[in-house]
Design a protein around this ligand. Structure first.
Ligand code: CIR
Length: 262
């Protein structure tokens, strides 16, 4: 299995800060618990290490209660890294904290500038193309900047839609291998995965769609037995992580890391 879309050597994570109670969420379903979130975060980092990652763990950012969702700050591809420009105003400042970390790993960072907005959670690199979902956080001004960068690197960008009730495109899908995505029925109904094999998360387990394939392991949120059984039956090696508290902030497996090769 050699796809650049699932083969990584490194991951970057950031520990949650005490201010997580102020993190963004679409619906208030209760307060996240910091101790439990930190324990889950340690389990997540351990799982990445077991999957072969050198993990760069960053310190919490007191002024940014969503900063543990590092995925939204950058797009990391084999050819280079592009700093994003989050559509959530409270998250714009996270990028400046990530920039020096990424600059040490990859010279010649590219960036999305004002007035464009893109959050990494809206981007799915499948190895054969880059799918980007328009959403409340990702707009056409951002995509107009992203497109020439990707084309210069030899990638095709395909603009797709994120259903309005879904935060990010990848809230509802994940790449399992170069041919296969895991997705909710509501997202796949947009036709965005035509040409891919789609494994549908069972009804009632939509929150299990946000997983990550990291080398030979699929990290998935715990508590979704039908999805776990389906992935197991399809011969994916799964590792379940408690996502109870991040889910209260609309975050999941992909949001918690940037994944890189090199
Ligand atoms: C937010 O609303 O921005 C955070 N509470 C959750 C971000 C989740 N990130 C992701 O799906 N990539």
């Amino acid at each position: 299995m050699t796809s650049p879309a699932t083969r990584f050597t490194r991951a970057i994570t950031r520990r949650p800060a005490p201010g997580i109670a102020n993190g963004l969420r679409a619906v208030d379903r209760g307060m996240p618990d910091l101790d439990r979130m930190l324990a889950a975060h340690r389990a997540y980092v351990d799982a990445l290490r077991q999957a072969g990652a050198e993990v760069i763990e960053l310190d919490p950012l007191a002024d940014f209660p969503d900063a543990q969702f590092v995925e939204d700050t950058a797009l990391c591809l084999p050819e280079g890294i592009i700093l994003m420009r989050p559509g959530a105003p409270s998250r714009l400042g996270e990028v400046a904290h990530m920039e020096p970390v990424l600059a040490r790993l990859c010279p010649g960072l590219r960036r999305i500038d004002a007035p464009g907005h893109i959050e990494g959670g809206d981007i799915l690199f499948t190895g054969r193309e880059v799918l980007v979902g328009l959403s409340a956080r990702t707009d056409r001004a951002g995509l107009a900047q992203l497109q020439p960068i990707l084309e210069g690197w030899g990638h095709r960008l395909r603009i797709v839609d994120t259903p309005p009730e879904v935060l990010h495109f990848k809230t509802d899908c994940a790449l399992l291998d170069e041919q296969t995505v895991l997705a909710t029925r509501r997202l796949a109904a947009t036709g965005c995965f035509d040409g891919y094999r789609v494994l549908f998360v069972p009804d009632g387990e939509e929150a299990a769609a946000n997983v990550i394939r990291f080398n030979d392991i699929v990290l998935m949120p715990a508590g979704f037995p039908e999805t776990a059984a389906m992935l197991d039956k399809a011969d994916y090696a799964i590792r379940e992580i408690d996502n109870t508290d991040c889910a209260l902030l609309d975050g999941g497996m992909s949001c918690l890391s940037l994944r890189l090769c090199g």
